[in-house]
Each structure stands twice: as structure tokens, then as C-alpha cells.
Design a protein around this ligand. Structure first.
Ligand code: PLP
Length: 429
């Protein structure tokens, strides 16, 4: 059966390649795209998706790919999960938009109630919904400055927080995100992810007084910067440091949250509560939504201090409610189980292939380190031509962040294809 005749993509044997890659339709689409889109868009490879279901995506030529990107950690419940689709449809038929900033949208408050319930903070919280991860970062920055009356912020080298001015000022994963855009937001200092000394012995001694620091903003697991978990004890150390100096600990869980690591929030693996939590990406299965969730006592800003026309729109909220139910209803556990199988398999590959330097991660957030950027990139491209979608991160790593519906049989297929790609690159083919 050709891919285009398959109606239930999620159950299809994937990958299934029926043309050269990219196929003729993909090549034509790319040509059209290149004439009119911003050249800043960082396209990883010539993949042109048409439809998706579960962890399978069909391209415009009818080729089926096994998706370990999930649209960059966004399609948490899989592509087009029927319950999410149904929730969006139902909501679209009753109300597509009314600004939740200026009026009272019941579904907006319902999402905030759910975030309060599932947040990693033990006390009550309040949430502000956004359209994206970067807006969640901006809002948290503003709130931290507003509430503390302090101007300075500390972020991590290797971190990614987005591309608007506040968030890109925190971002320090790759210089290209900052080059030619300066000056950045003033008042941002950077330290090293996982370092137990630099903040106190360098920043606090030479550059900024701790009582002037509003927040430390940190990803519990570095995302775009390489899928790097922190060393043992580092989050408790940061928590204690923040408590000692009245600094807010802001956990950016835009990529690591929503069940991806096998717990709702990655920071829960480290036994620490943040003061402000940032969510995005997988929160609404692909509908644009983000959030910053703060301890109730921090939300001291006055009426009008922050708002947004579209943010927390009803369609995204409906998708988020369905998504949270699905993640709690089994997908988080699936991330643990299938993540373990994938990780074990990758460790086996590491034992057989010298170019795999490290395999790391939690749940379905897995990074594989190679000797150089060129090798990682060659593996990524070769995997694509075999029908396996993975994406580079950090300087020389590949990330695997499949939908949380990813199955063990799909993990086995992915491992076999990934090993073929690694072996091809090793042989120089
Ligand atoms: N924070 C983290 C940890 C991210 O990984 C990203 C995006 O990759 C962002 C923030 C920015 O999110 P968005 O692209 O939705 O603005």
C-alpha cells in the first residue's frame, strides 16, 4: 500500500520512503518557500510535512517519517491526537477569540487552575498565559524585576530562552542568536550551567551584589544547548543560594516540561521548587500557548502592568486542557518506559560505535554527543534520508524528543535506523 492510501498514519509502519528524499513535490515547495520567506529561518533539512498522526509524519510526496522531533518538542500527545483535535473543533464552534486580558474567559481560568494543580510549587500559584515560550520568559523577567525592585538577572551559558529582546539577552547557547543585535537588555549576567562556584566567587565578588539580583533563570535540563542534565545537587545548591539572598529561582520548562522527562516538570527530578515556572511547547500539543506560573505572593503587580490580546486564546486553552489530561492519563508514564528503552538501546549503540561519545537525558528528552559538529550534523542528515527525524543541539549533539505517545516498537525501529546512520557516517559513506 502506498503511503497516501494509508488512513491511520499512527499505526503505519514507518518509515516508508516512496520517492528520493526530498521528492519532487518537496523540492518544488522548497523552491517556492525560498523566494518569499525570511532567510533567517534555520531549516535543518529539506523536510516538507503534509500530515501527521502519533509519531508518524507524511511529507508532501507521500513518504512516511518516524518523528523523533515532535515539531521540536511540541507535539507532546502526538500529531493530531483525536482528543486534542476534538477539543479544538468543539471550542472553534463556540468561541474562537475573546481577549482574556480585558474580559473573563472561563477556559483561560480553567487552564490556570490546572497549572496551579500540576505546578511543582507546594503553595498556591497564579498564572499568566502567553502565545509562546519567549513571551513567558519576557513576562517572568518583568514580574521578577517588578516584584523584587531589583534590576539584575543571572542566566546560564549554554541556555536558550527565545529570540525576543529580553529572552535573547538571557540566551547564551550560540553566538549567532545574539550577533548583530546588540546592545542586549542591560543587567544580565551569565554563569556556567552546573557550576557550584562561579556565581559566588566571581559574579558576587566582582560584578554584582547579590541583593541587587532579581532572578536566576535556568532550564532544569539544557535544551537547545545540548540536552544536558545538571550535576547532582546543583538545583538544591541554587535553591539555597536564592533563598539566602532573596533571589527568585525561575525554571524555564518550556522544553523540558509537560511530562517529557517522565515527570510533569523536570525540576521535580531534583527535589526543588522554583518560584516561577515557565511552560510552552508541549503544553497545548501544537496550538500556540505558553505560561508563566508564579507563587501567589509574587504576583504583586497592579492592574494593567501586563496583558496580551491573543494570549491564552480559547482554542489553545481547549487543546491544553485535553493535553494535560492525556499526559496525566498515561503519557508521562509512557515517556519513562519508552525513554528507558530508547536510552538503553542508545547506550548499546555507544558501546559499538566510537563516534558516540555520550548518551544522556531523562525520559523522552535524550541527547547524544558526537566528536564534532560536522559528525553530529552528518548523522542528522543521514538519519533524515533514512526516514528518521532527529535534530542537532548544542555544539555537537543530536536530540531525541519524540511525541510522548512514542511506542517501544517505534523505539526499536528508530534505534536500528540511527545505528545505520551512525555506521554510515563512521565509514565515511
Ligand atoms: N525556553 C526554552 C527552554 C526553549 O527551548 C524555547 C524554544 O526552543 C523557548 C524558551 C522559546 O520558545 P518559543 O520558541 O515558543 O518562543
Amino acid at each position: 500500500m502506498s503511503a497516501t492510501e494509508i488512513t491511520d498514519l499512527s499505526a503505519a509502519e514507518a518509515p516508508l520512503l516512496v520517492t528520493e528524499i526530498p521528492g519532487p513535490e518537496a523540492a518544488a515547495r522548497i523552491e517556492r518557500d525560498r523566494r518569499v520567506t525570511s532567510p533567517s529561518l534555520p531549516r535543518a533539512y529539506p523536510f516538507v510535512p503534509r500530515r501527521g498522526s502519533g509519531s508518524v509524519v507524511e511529507d508532501v510526496d507521500g513518504n512516511l517519517f518516524l518523528d523523533l522531533n515532535a515539531g521540536i518538542a511540541v507535539a507532546s500527545t502526538g500529531h493530531a491526537h483525536p482528543k486534542v483535535v476534538e477539543a479544538i473543533k468543539r471550542q472553534a464552534e463556540s468561541l474562537i477569540h475573546y481577549s482574556a486580558s480585558d474580559f473573563y474567559l472561563p477556559i483561560y481560568a480553567e487552564v490556570c487552575e490546572q497549572l496551579d494543580r500540576i505546578s511543582p510549587m507546594s503553595g498556591p500559584t497564579r498564572a499568566f498565559l502567553t502565545n509562546s515560550g519567549t513571551e513567558a520568559v519576557e513576562g517572568a523577567l518583568k514580574l521578577a524585576r517588578y516584584h523584587t525592585g531589583r534590576q539584575y538577572v543571572i542566566a546560564m551559558i549554554g541556555s536558550f530562552h527565545g529570540r525576543s529582546y529580553g529572552s535573547v539577552s538571557l540566551t547564551a547557547s550560540k553566538v549567532k542568536y545574539r550577533a548583530n543585535f546588540g546592545p542586549m537588555l542591560p543587567g544580565v549576567f551569565h554563569t556556567y550551567f552546573g557550576d557550584f562556584e562561579h556565581i559566588e566567587s566571581v559574579l558576587f565578588q566582582h560584578l554584582v551584589a547579590p541583593h541587587e539580583v532579581a532572578a536566576i533563570v535556568v532550564e532544569p535540563i539544557l535544551g537547545e544547548g545540548g540536552y544536558v542534565p545538571p550535576p547532582e545537587g546543583w538545583f538544591p545548591y541554587l535553591r539555597e543560594l536564592c533563598d539566602r539572598h532573596g533571589i527568585l529561582l525561575v525554571a524555564d520548562e518550556v522544553q523540558s516540561g509537560m511530562g517529557r522527562t517522565g515527570m510533569m516538570w523536570a525540576i521535580q527530578h531534583f527535589g526543588v521548587e522554583p518560584d516561577i515556572l515557565l511552560a510552552g511547547k508541549g503544553i497545548a500539543s501544537g496550538m500556540p500557548l505558553g505560561a508563566f506560573v508564579a507563587r501567589e505572593d509574587l504576583m504583586t503587580w497592579e492592574v494593567g502592568a501586563h496583558g496580551s490580546t491573543y494570549a491564552g486564546n480559547p482554542l489553545s486553552c481547549a487543546a491544553a486542557l485535553a493535553t494535560i489530561e492525556l499526559i496525566e492519563g498515561g503519557l508521562m508514564d509512557n515517556a519513562t518506559a519508552v525513554g528507558r528503552a530508547l536510552m538503553d538501546g542508545l547506550r548499546g549503540l555507544q558501546a559499538r560505535h566510537e563516534i558516540i561519545r555520550e548518551v544522556r537525558g531523562l525520559g523522552l528528552m535524550i541527547g547524544i554527543e558526537f566528536p564534532s559538529h560536522d559528525v553530529a550534523s552528518a548523522v542528522e542528515q543521514t538519519a533524515f534520508h533514512k526516514g528518521l527525524l532527529v535534530l542537532g543541539c548544542g555544539e555537537r549533539a543530536i536530540r531525541m524528543s519524540p511525541p510522548l505517545v512514542f511506542r517501544e516498537d517505534q523505539a526499536r525501529t528508530a534505534l536500528a535506523l540511527f545505528e545505520e546512520a551512525v555506521a554510515d557516517v563512521e565509514r565515511g559513506t
